[in-house]
Every structure is written in C-alpha cells, then in structure tokens.
Design a binder for this molecule. Structure first.
Ligand SMILES: C[S@@+](CC[C@H](N)C(=O)[O-])C[C@H]1O[C@@H](n2cnc3c(N)ncnc32)[C@H](O)[C@@H]1O
Length: 295
C-alpha cells in the first residue's frame, strides 16, 4: 500500500459504509446484539478497529471482550484513541482494561461502560496466532481475508468455539475499474490482479474462492456483493475519499512496476492522477460480504 496507512484506513471508512450489504450486516447484528455473557470477539487484521466504533452506535450493543490484533502498532494506537473519544462522546465511561492474556503485545486497552460492558484490547501481533489461541465466539476479518490462503482461513475458523460466528466483510473479489476508461486499463489492471496471485493466497478472486472453500468445509454462511464505488460530486470527493483514491491509484501503479512497459505505466499513472486532481476520476472494486457460523 502506498501512502499513510492510518489516513488511508480512516478515509476507507465512508467507502466501506456505502459498500456493506444491509442484509448481511443485519445477520451480524442479530448474531451479536443484545447478547450478554462471555462473548469473545477477535478482530483479525483490525487496522484502526472501525467495527468497534460502529458497534457503539448500535441501539443494543452486546457485552463483549473485544481483541483487535494487527501487525501495525501505530494503526492500533490510533484505533484505541478514536474509540475512546467516540465512547466518551456517546456518554460511555472509559478507563483502562489491562493487557490481553494471549499472544502479542498489548499496545492499548479500554474498559467501556455504557449501553453495555465492553473490554477492548489492541494487540500488535499475528492475527492467525491469536486465532490459534482459541476460545473465540466471533471472528471478524474485514478487508483481510484476501491476504490469506485457505490454510489461513481455516486457522481463523478453527479458533472459534463450537457454534461460533464469523464475519468477513469487504473481501476483494477482482473486478477493479476506473472511469473514464483508459486504453491501458486492461493491461495495467490485469497485471495488478496478477500481483495478488500465489499458492498461499486467495488472491484477486478471494471472495469466490473463500465461498467455495467454506462450501467444501460444509460451513453455513450467507454472502452478498459489497462493492466499493467512489465518485466525485461536482468535481469534489466526499470526506477524505480523494486521499483513498490517490492511495489506490499509486498502489496500482507501484504494483505493476516491471510487469507492464514503463511508458504504459507512466502514461496510465499520469492520466489517472490528473483526472483525480481535476475531480473527474471514478473507481469501482468488487468485494464480497460473507458471514456464517461453524458447528
Ligand atoms: C486492508 S487493512 C484492513 C484493516 C481493517 N480491518 C479495516 O477494514 O479497516 C489490512 C490490515 O491487516 C494487517 N495485517 C496484515 N497481515 C497481518 C497479520 N498476519 N496479522 C495481523 N495483522 C495483519 C495490516 O497491518 C492492515 O492493518
């Protein structure tokens, strides 16, 4: 990813908000809302933990032990600070919750008391190691599963207790498109998708490969499209979505270095950057929103 990860992840939030499938999100709410007792949720590859802040706005948030695990301590610290501020804004009492009793380094924690009781830990480490520790009732992996292969997906699912639930929103499933069209799009975007290939990764077709894998395991799940769509309105982008789009354009151009002729890459990047600067560039990416339970 080219750019400031923290700013990119925050800029992504409004794009994700439009992308989520309402039916699949309702199912996640039904699985979690109003629950009490020992709900242990692992947010794998949590980034700035946007799920937790969205959950604070539910009318009936569950009592929860929430553990955000990410390889990047800086995004986690930002997530902790934003969540503390959001909780205070909503009138919740905020204090420290102590360290996570599991693999990784706790870089922050929050005890949140309001509509429900939530203990949150922000842990720098490997999300799959945290899953391996087991004892999870819910595993969330948003915009993360496309980095994994089937074995990684199995580690996330195997960390769940019997009857546990999982949610894999914004799982990339190929189909990157920019508008207006450019004569080098086919060459550049096909080379870009090729960079995601690898025996150990679900890659650019992660959504459909994930669903086939779950089907082969006999896992019960629902899934729907959750596509990203970014459009300028009267020559300007909403929220910080111009930054989001700049990171995407730079990332694509960077990824295809050495895979397409230099002149093609330079021309494509220059044209897309100029369209973005002029507020004329549109972008779509195809994702899947997948949630289910294991027996
Ligand atoms: C595309 S971001 C998604 C972040 C967040 N889930 C969201 O949707 O905003 C993927 C995140 O996975 C993290 N990551 C990648 N591999 C990881 C691993 N093995 N264990 C933990 N985090 C990892 C990255 O640091 C990054 O923050």
């Amino acid at each position: 990813m080219k750019g400031d990860d923290r700013r990119y992840l925050l800029a992504k939030e409004t794009v994700d908000d439009r992308a989520f499938d309402p039916g699949v999100r309702r199912r996640v709410r039904t699985d979690l809302a109003g629950r009490s007792g020992d709900v242990r949720l692992l947010d794998a590859g949590a980034g700035t933990a946007p799920f937790l802040r969205r959950l604070l706005d539910w009318p009936d948030p569950p009592d929860l032990t929430y553990v955000a695990v990410d390889a990047d301590a800086d995004v986690l610290r930002l997530g902790r600070d934003l969540t503390a501020a959001a909780a205070r804004d909503r009138g919740w009492a905020v204090s420290d919750a102590g360290v996570f009793d599991g693999p990784g380094e706790t870089v922050g924690s929050l005890s949140l008391r309001g509509e429900s009781a939530i203990d949150a830990r922000f842990v720098r480490g490997d999300a799959l190691d945290a899953a391996d520790a087991g004892g999870w009732t819910f595993v969330l992996a948003q915009a993360f599963v496309d980095l994994l292969g089937p074995a990684g997906v199995d580690r996330l699912l195997d960390g769940l207790d019997a009857g546990g639930r999982f949610s894999f929103p914004i799982t990339f499933d190929g189909g990157t498109a920019f508008s207006p069209s450019h004569e080098a799009d086919d060459e550049v975007l096909s080379a870009y998708h090729d960079t995601m290939r690898g025996d150990d990764r679900l890659g650019s077709r992660a959504g459909r490969r994930l669903e086939r894998h779950l089907g082969r395991r006999g896992v019960e799940f629902v899934a729907a499209d959750a596509d990203w769509a970014v459009r300028p309105v009267d020559g300007a982008y909403p929220a910080d979505e111009a930054y989001f789009l700049r990171v995407i354009v730079d990332t694509v151009a960077d990824a295809v270095w050495g895979r397409v002729p230099p002149a093609t890459r330079t021309a494509w990047h220059a044209a897309r950057t100029a369209q973005l600067d002029d507020g004329r560039l549109g972008y779509d990416a195809h994702n899947r929103d997948v949630t289910g339970r294991i027996d």
